[in-house]
Ligand binder design. Structure first.
Ligand code: CTP
Length: 392
């Protein structure tokens, strides 16, 4: 999603400025072209040479440079997106107040490209009502903000204010080049990962699901403004800090939590790989080895089929089918049997991978989509919510 995109990186003067070096490198790795504006204070933290060596492009600091073109206008027109990372309370305050007194604030004022701020500062500064009011004001005007991460801050305080992981900033950047907050406040329920059924205190039965597709959907929907509830089983990937996650273990636990969360949701995506069987009896003691072991398995409840029964006219219900053969035929059967609006079918050979290829089958329509799971997630959202596919 970033290939050949033009990113203007604005670095302001916070300790996290050194992390902008890694961010610039990641943008370049994704195929983007990166030009950088550093404020005077940012130059106290990192050197121009470091950024220039990574981006192989101009790093500009001065408003008035007789050698240059009229930089603030040319950069403002050049950019597909401006990412201000880290964004200090000062730059947020200046933009919110309409101040344009240096190259970065002037360029932000002059551009029509999307603007993404990545605030990073001391927790008390971030929670200061003046900063919060500025963020609210700018958000209403269509400027984008990432929520800071929680944890130990450079100033020694513990709390909200940390610079997010570079990978997360890249997801937000990719999204805001193509999308606005078009799923604003939609209540979306997403299940992800694999359930586990205990055999004894030591062992369990599970499956290969990594949770990557479910998390990609949850992340994409959140970034586009949806109010996402994630219900997760076992995942091989980290859950983004900004998602509201409810952890479950067995199919029965996931059944209870999903059914009880379903009623007020506008759309539900059942991406989790739910065990179809559980043990008729769980051994309280560790089972000792013998020549043979027979386990009696009984059926679990089908969560999606239950949601299909509970579903109202207004609710959208999406199932996922990982198949090893007769993909379309099996998926269509599940679409009908479970009363779904869409089913996303894919071949089991993509489980656990970063790339995927899916067929989204609705009532009377069918679309094939391939790519990395995050970009496929965005396209699934486009199709399910009746939007034009925005990229690639
Ligand atoms: N599913 C569910 N509860 C189950 C089993 C599956 O909610 N106990 C959901 C999955 O989350 C998925 C859809 O049903 O969205 C299809 O799951 P899949 O495993 O492909 O198919 P099954 O319905 O279990 O049928 P089969 O195993 O025979 O292919």
């Amino acid at each position: 999603m970033l290939k050949d995109k033009k990113i203007l990186l604005g670095i302001t003067g916070g300790i996290a400025a050194y992390k902008a070096v890694e961010l610039a490198g990641k943008f370049i790795k994704c195929g983007a072209s990166v030009k950088t504006i550093m404020t005077k204070n940012a130059c106290e933290f990192i050197s121009l040479l470091t950024i220039k060596s990574i981006t192989h492009q101009a790093v500009i600091t001065k408003m008035f440079d007789v050698e240059a073109e009229i930089e603030h206008i040319s950069l403002a027109d050049w950019a597909d997106i401006i990412v201000i990372a880290p964004a200090t309370a000062n730059i947020i305050g200046k933009v919110a107040s309409g101040i344009a007194d240096d190259l970065l604030s002037t360029t932000i004022m002059a551009t029509q490209a999307p603007k993404l701020f990545v605030p990073s500062m001391n927790v008390h500064m971030f929670e200061n009502p003046i900063v919060q009011e500025n963020i609210t004001k700018l958000s209403k005007l269509g400027y984008f903000f990432m929520e800071p991460d929680q944890g130990m801050l450079a100033c020694g305080y513990e709390g909200k204010g940390r610079f997010p992981s570079v990978a997360e900033i890249v997801y937000f950047t990719k999204s805001y080049i193509f999308y606005k907050k078009d799923l604003n406040k939609k209540r979306i329920l997403i299940t992800a990962g694999a359930t586990r059924e205990n055999i004894d205190p030591m062992r369990f039965i599970t499956n290969f699901s990594s949770g990557k597709m479910g998390l990609a959907l949850a992340r994409a929907a959140h970034i586009r403004g949806a109010d996402v509830t994630l219900i997760s089983g076992n995942l091989n990937v980290e859950i983004p800090y900004y998602l509201n996650n409810k952890k479950t273990y067995t199919a029965e636990e996931m059944f209870k939590l999903t059914v009880s969360s379903f009623t007020e949701k506008e759309a539900t995506f059942m991406v989790a790989a739910v065990s179809d069987f559980t043990l008729s009896e769980i051994s309280k003691q560790k089972i000792k080895k013998d020549k043979k072991l027979n386990l009696e398995l009984i059926r679990t409840k089908d969560i999606l089929a239950e949601l299909g029964k509970l579903k109202s006219e207004k609710q959208i219900l999406v199932g996922f089918a990982a198949e090893s053969e007769n993909i379309k035929k099996n998926a269509r059967r599940k679409l009908e049997a479970k009363n779904l609006d869409f089913i996303v079918a894919n071949n089991l050979d993509k489980a656990g991978k970063d790339e995927t290829e899916v067929i989204i089958i609705g009532k009377g329509n069918e679309n094939k989509i391939a790519g990395d799971k995050f970009s496929v997630a965005h396209k699934i959202l486009d199709l399910v919510f009746g939007k034009k596919i925005a990229h690639g």
